[in-house]
Design a protein around this ligand. Structure first.
Ligand SMILES: [Fe+2]
Ligand SMILES: [Fe+2]
Length: 149
């Protein structure tokens, strides 16, 4: 019987097979496309919220319906090709890496540049978000430590 972590590992191996078979440019393009699809999903959800506030129910529904396709079809299909979702341990390691990049590089640089440019509200927001990311990373690190080494 294949259960729990064993099943996750089988799934991770299958995803890895798909992942490693990809041409590097195809892989890069998948990542770029997924960023676009994820951005479109959230943007359309915000547009839907606005349309609903304005009483434009049909427009809100259109934005939400389109957002669902971006998220549950386009992003999900590309993520599958890329082998994005793996076992819980690999997923936690990936998440920690992403949060670390935001904490140590991205938001540090963004806050510094915004401050230099005189965009103080943006600088303060980047710094505040960076602190949220520190909390996210800590939570992921704590979860990862619960798995047997
Ligand atoms: Fe799309
Ligand atoms: Fe985060």
């Amino acid at each position: 019987m294949v259960t729990g972590i064993a099943r996750q590992n089988v799934f991770a191996e299958k995803c890895e097979e798909v992942h490693t078979a990809l041409d590097p440019t195809t892989r890069e393009n998948l990542v770029t496309a997924m960023h676009g699809e994820a951005f479109a999903y959230v943007k359309y959800m915000l547009f839907a919220e606005q349309a609903r506030k304005n009483g434009n129910k049909k427009l809100a529904d259109l934005f939400e319906k389109t957002a669902d396709v971006e998220r549950f079809e386009h992003f999900a299909e590309e993520a599958h090709l890329l082998g994005l979702v793996r076992g819980d341990i690999e997923n936690l390691a990936d998440a920690i890496k992403g949060e670390s990049y935001e904490i140590e590089t991205m938001y540090v640089e963004f806050a510094r540049k915004a401050k230099l440019a005189g965009d103080l509200a943006a600088a303060a927001r980047f710094e505040e978000i960076r602190h949220d990311e520190i909390g996210h990373r800590a939570a992921f690190v704590a979860e990862l430590s619960k798995f047997p080494a």
